[in-house]
Design a protein around this ligand. Structure first.
Ligand SMILES: C[S@@+](CC[C@H](N)C(=O)[O-])C[C@H]1O[C@@H](n2cnc3c(N)ncnc32)[C@H](O)[C@@H]1O
Length: 306
């Protein structure tokens, strides 16, 4: 197995990585198409991306983040149409899940979504480095642990969890060692027939047309032309796109740790394999036009204990 080495060039601030016009133009196309679908002007999308790009070298990055946050907030208020895509969680089966843990639980959106739909889930556990930013919809069934990112210990019994959710969180971990430690803990707390769902900002070697067709059939609005443009970029520029876009979609999160732990999809599969997990199912969403004013370049993998 090829050894994964820790990413070095991505340990810089996201705005130091965003350099090229080619990536900026694709970001404009991506945001414009989704703003248009949301009933907003494409000019607003263009202004948002170009404001961030123009101000990315400013001394005061906090001010430029606040400016972009205001533009996005205005877009959210003015949007006329909601997203026309299925919720990706619908692609997975939770009917046999008794205990669900969400690491990087943030606003508890995933936990609260599942709590309403799946009464069979008896226990929800949220873990994050920050205090929870919302209430649990079912507090009696729920627990929350605020952890130190350097230790990342959560008091959960071995062999007690059916489903672990890692949704856009591992690329914010301090380093590869911290990721591996948490995955080793996940392996211990998961029941032998349990599942782990990884959501990452990532890309595969290639994107074939069948993936677009299959995603569209499932209700995921992958756009062929935008996704092909993204896959036509060099690897370095794909990262530039992902990292710049991740900063843009997180302008409302001042605490976000930019540790740059992004990996290619086959690297994630190897990291998970080393931790004792095998890939069962994967979905490469590519670039989507679904009317969400902010979204990433998502790949989802369902892993099982091996
Ligand atoms: C991009 S947000 C994703 C939030 C949520 N999972 C979602 O998909 O909407 C990343 C979250 O991971 C949390 N986080 C960062 N490092 C962490 C760590 N070492 N352990 C647990 N959570 C962490 C951040 O505080 C943040 O809430």
């Amino acid at each position: 197995m090829k050894n994964i080495t820790e990413k070095k060039y991505l340990t810089r601030h996201p705005l130091d990585i965003w350099k090229s016009e080619e990536v900026t133009n694709l970001l404009i196309d991506f945001f414009s198409a989704n703003f248009k679908k949301a009933g907003l002007s494409q000019k607003m999308a263009r202004d948002f991306v170009l404001t961030a790009f123009a101000k990315r070298k400013t001394e005061d990055r906090e001010k430029s983040r606040e400016t972009c946050d205001r533009i996005l907030l205005e877009a959210k208020e003015k949007a006329k149409n909601g997203p026309d895509e299925i919720e990706p969680l619908e692609l997975f089966d939770f009917s046999g899940t008794g205990t669900f843990i969400d690491i990087g639980a943030n606003k508890l959106a995933t936990i609260n979504y599942l709590a309403k739909k799946f009464k069979n889930i008896k226990k929800f556990i949220g873990v994050d480095t920050i205090p929870r930013r919302n209430d649990f919809s079912d507090p009696k069934k729920s627990a929350y642990f605020q952890v130190d990112p350097k230790a990342n210990n959560f008091p959960v019994k071995n062999d007690s969890v059916d489903f672990i959710n890692l949704q856009f969180v591992l690329h914010h971990f301090l380093n590869l060692g911290a990721i591996k430690k948490t995955l080793a803990d996940c392996r211990k707390i998961l029941k032998p027939n349990g599942a782990l769902l990884l959501w990452e900002e990532s890309f595969m070697k290639n994107f074939d047309a069948d993936m677009t067709r299959e995603n569209n059939r499932l209700g995921i609005k992958t756009d062929k032309s935008l996704t092909e443009k993204f896959y036509a970029l060099s690897e370095k520029k794909r990262w530039e796109f992902i990292v710049a876009n991740d900063w843009l979609i997180n302008v409302n999160n001042p605490h976000m740790p930019w540790t740059g732990q992004y990996y290619k999809w086959n690297e994630w599969i190897n990291i998970l394999r080393e931790a004792g997990f095998g890939l069962e199912k994967e979905y490469n969403f590519g670039l989507r036009i679904n009317g969400r004013i902010k979204q990433g370049v998502h790949i989802l993998g369902l892993f099982e204990v091996r």
